[in-house]
Design a protein around this ligand. Structure first.
Ligand SMILES: Cc1cc2nc3c(=O)[nH]c(=O)nc-3n(C[C@H](O)[C@H](O)[C@H](O)COP(=O)(O)OP(=O)(O)OC[C@H]3O[C@@H](n4cnc5c(N)ncnc54)[C@H](O)[C@@H]3O)c2cc1C
Length: 280
């Protein structure tokens, strides 16, 4: 699509440079697909030079500009610092949940996926499920951190203020130490995710289920142990009113609700380890 009103491409990662009519440009796969008749300048993040991934003792920092291809490659050969993080196994299935060519993978970014805030955004699913904390830089020089579950607030809606820049997402080591289970459902074999669920249990026994794609924004349920099937079902009902289920050509809300219940139970059963465990 054309961006006929854009007059300038500014290489910067400094939010102080932002003015109304600007947009941050990462991989550009959304900006150039959707087009615009109002944008005046693109603030090009490709000059930022941020290290795409940094594994430390306390967690994994993913730069907003990390591409899907870089993230996938990291999971193929994680560094020694990440040796004890079984939840890295979630990375490649989440990358594969992109309905996109290698060409798109090579340029589209983790940050761009979160800021686009599609319900089916697989990077939203991954980072929300692993308790990701988003680091945000504001044009007035202030910084704040926000859980990914609060950054993505609806279908194409975020809590970003005008000009605010997503710098990185940090996944804590406690979440990365979890055992995990993922289920994805789509109406067609190569279709967009209509339901994308990730469950995990960490070494303390905490059970976390994150619902994405089925709902317009991420919904997370947390239990101090693996719940029973009725407990999980009741918690899903309480947390997700009908209006929160997403409706588009990729699936009716009633079907998404049904699949969410079915697949959540599969995840619960798998993570319980023992079919008897977690039952009332
Ligand atoms: C063929 C094709 C298939 C696709 N398939 C999928 C799919 O299956 N699932 C899916 O979720 N998406 C899909 N997309 C959409 C898109 O590729 C992804 O959401 C991608 O991750 C967006 O990243 P980007 O770097 O290209 O974002 P850009 O296009 O550069 O930016 C997208 C938006 O985010 C803002 N933004 C980007 N980075 C930042 C930042 N660091 N801070 C603040 N704002 C920022 C931009 O200003 C813009 O509004 C697809 C796109 C194409 C063209």
């Amino acid at each position: 699509m054309d961006l006929n009103t854009v007059e300038d491409l500014v290489p910067t990662a400094d939010p102080a440079d932002y003015r109304p009519g600007d947009a941050w440009l990462a991989g550009g796969t959304v900006l150039f697909s959707n087009g615009s008749s109002t944008l005046r300048r693109l603030l090009d993040l490709s000059s930022a030079g941020w290290e795409p991934l940094a594994a430390r003792k306390d967690g994994l920092e993913i730069a907003a500009t990390c591409t899907i291809a870089q993230l996938y490659g990291f999971a193929s050969a994680p560094p020694t610092a990440a040796a004890d993080w079984p939840a890295l196994d979630l990375i490649q299935p989440c990358c594969n949940a992109f309905v996109a060519s290698r060409k798109v993978w090579n340029v589209s970014t983790v940050g761009g996926n979160l800021c686009t805030a599609l319900p089916a955004g697989p990077m939203t699913a991954l980072t929300a499920a692993l308790d990701g904390q988003a680091l945000l830089f504001s044009p007035d020089g202030t910084r704040r951190t926000l859980p990914v579950t609060e950054l993505v607030t609806g279908d194409s809606e975020t809590s970003l203020a005008p000009g605010e820049l997503l710098r990185s997402i940090t996944l804590p080591a406690s979440a990365l130490s979890s055992r995990s289970s993922l289920r994805r459902q789509s109406l067609t074999s190569l279709g967009r995710s209509a339901v994308l669920l990730i469950g995990r249990t960490d070494p303390s026994g905490l059970f976390v289920l994150t619902v994405t794609a089925a709902t317009v924004r991420p919904v997370q349920l947390r239990f101090d142990r693996v719940p029973s099937a009725p407990e999980l079902r009741a918690a899903l009902d309480a947390a997700i009113p009908s209006s929160l289920y997403h409706e588009d050509v990729h699936g009716l809300p009633e079907w998404r609700r049904f699949m969410t219940e079915q697949l959540s139970e599969e995840i619960r059963f798998e993570l319980a380890g023992d079919p008897g465990e977690g039952t009332p």
